[in-house]
Design a protein around this ligand. Structure first.
Ligand code: GDP
Length: 439
């Protein structure tokens, strides 16, 4: 498990940050009276990230003339053991001379560092955030440990630095876990209306519960007896409306909602044709490896329903090859029509996304596929695919083993992926492929 150290001079807010990341699971605090708490360690969670976190804040309480000296030694040790460092400054006071030696330690260590300008909730705080550039530790995140501002950016950076911290879904989640659904789409596509209809028609199991980032709210509910979690992006919607920035919705916030989801419903306004932004959203979903269902909302306003449906199904296949066969479901959130079909498609997509295929079946299929259309020779050498197996689900991920596989043309990989989709009935989910030479 990766380890992260929280570093900074006294009083910048390290403890608040520590508590926020560790929450109630605080594990290793030494609470014995009379013991100096030099170092606190805990298991941190941030969305799907898990990592050990070390904080040197305990020393701030120590009454010692050589406080800074002792802290420095402690900090050095903590940095040494860490895979990444969260360097905290206080944006309310701005940079102080005592920040500098701590920053020096971090820089000297060469460890990856994330710079947090804490207490940035106030106006002075925000003004001081950019002071932090002077430390030469990169771009600061405007942060508030108390309010939770900036946690989303912290998440993005941590995920980048510590890929091993991403929780292994399969270890923690069983087959009858609730389906986690996110509804994405352009402003005014009808997302809120649809969410209200969906949860309004069945009893709410628990009230909305604040997620890890303030923006993502999870609503637990059942649909015809099946347990689901709806990721409401209420915060996103409001912000998107204020500055009317579609990019924003389609990139950072959308990605975040997606990371919580298993299945993403892309909601289109059927009265407005497919737009580039819709394609961008689907691209992102594919990259994040989520299953896709396309909802055609405001169907009640469409005159030529047959014609439009045919047209859109054709377009979806042509424009969205990455999730070929994604179901396209017409519906009216306002009238509450088509919701059963939508939810059936969602549950089905979830199953597909979860599919596991036996190695025996895969290799039987592979034999036939290769015989029907053998891989080409590249610079006179034959490419040989010997064997395949599924290495992961959610989404399905297959590994092929053989000789010269690095030279396999993209078109041949596509041939294999399309074949797998058809043979094993895998519409609407991304399919991952790894090619491994040797063995
Ligand atoms: P959001 O921005 O995606 O959350 O969109 P809203 O749910 O706020 O809906 C935007 C507008 O579209 C509102 O005026 C809704 O009443 C309207 N609307 C939503 N769903 C439907 C629908 O199925 N049919 C019709 N005719 N109007 C709808």
């Amino acid at each position: 498990q990766p380890t992260v150290a929280i570093v900074g001079r006294p009083n910048v807010g390290k403890s608040t940050l520590f508590n926020r990341l560790v929450g109630r699971r605080l594990a290793l605090v030494d609470d014995l009276p009379g013991v100096t708490r030099d170092r606190r360690e805990g298991e941190a969670r941030l969305a799907d990230l898990r990592f050990a976190i070390v904080d040197t804040a305990g020393l701030e309480e120590a009454d010692s003339g050589s406080l800074l000296g002792r802290m420095r030694a402690q900090t050095e040790a903590a940095i040494e053991d860490a895979d990444a460092v969260l360097f905290v400054i206080d944006a309310r006071t701005g940079l102080l001379p005592t920040d500098v030696p701590f920053a020096e330690l971090v820089r000297k260590s060469g460890k990856p560092v994330i710079l947090l300008a804490n207490k940035a909730e106030s106006r002075t705080g925000i003004a001081n955030v950019y002071d932090a550039y002077e430390l030469g530790l990169g771009e600061p995140i405007a942060f508030s440990g108390e309010h939770g501002t900036g946690l989303d950016e912290l998440y993005d950076q941590l995920r980048e630095l510590l890929p091993d911290a991403v929780e292994d879904d399969e270890a923690e989640r069983g087959d009858d876990d609730p389906v986690r659904i996110a509804i994405l789409g352009r402003p005014n596509a009808g997302k809120s209306t649809l969410i209200n209809q969906l949860i309004g028609s069945e009893r709410l199991l628990t009230g909305p519960e604040a997620g890890i980032t303030r923006d993502a709210i999870t609503i637990d509910w059942t649909w015809r007896g099946r347990h689901a979690k709806l990721i409401d992006t209420a915060g996103l919607r409001k912000r998107a409306r204020i500055d009317d920035k579609l990019e924003k919705l389609a990139t950072s916030d959308g990605i975040r909602a997606m990371r919580f989801a298993d299945v993403v419903v892309v909601l289109l306004d059927a009265t407005i044709p497919f737009e580039k932004q819709d394609l961008t959203i689907v691209d992102l979903i594919e990259r994040e490896g989520r299953a896709v269902v396309i909802g055609l909302n405001k169907w009640d306003l469409v005159a030529d329903q047959q014609g439009l449906l045919k047209d859109l199904r054709e377009k979806a296949t042509r424009l969205l090859p990455q999730v070929k066969g994604a179901p396209v479901v017409p519906l009216s959130g306002l009238a509450g029509e088509g919701l059963d079909r939508l939810m059936q498609a969602v549950f089905k997509a979830h199953e597909t996304w979860n599919t596991r295929i036996s190695t025996a079946k895969l290799n039987q299929w592979l034999g036939e596929a290769v015989e029907a259309n053998p891989p080409p020779a590249v610079s006179g050498r034959r490419i040989k695919i010997r064997y395949m197996t599924q290495i992961k689900a959610r989404p399905p991920h297959f590994a092929f083993f053989g000789n010269q596989l690095h030279a396999l043309p993209k078109s041949y990989t596509r041939y294999l992926v399309n074949g797998l989709r058809e043979a094993f009935n895998l519409p609407g989910t991304p399919i991952r492929v790894s090619l491994r030479t040797g063995k």
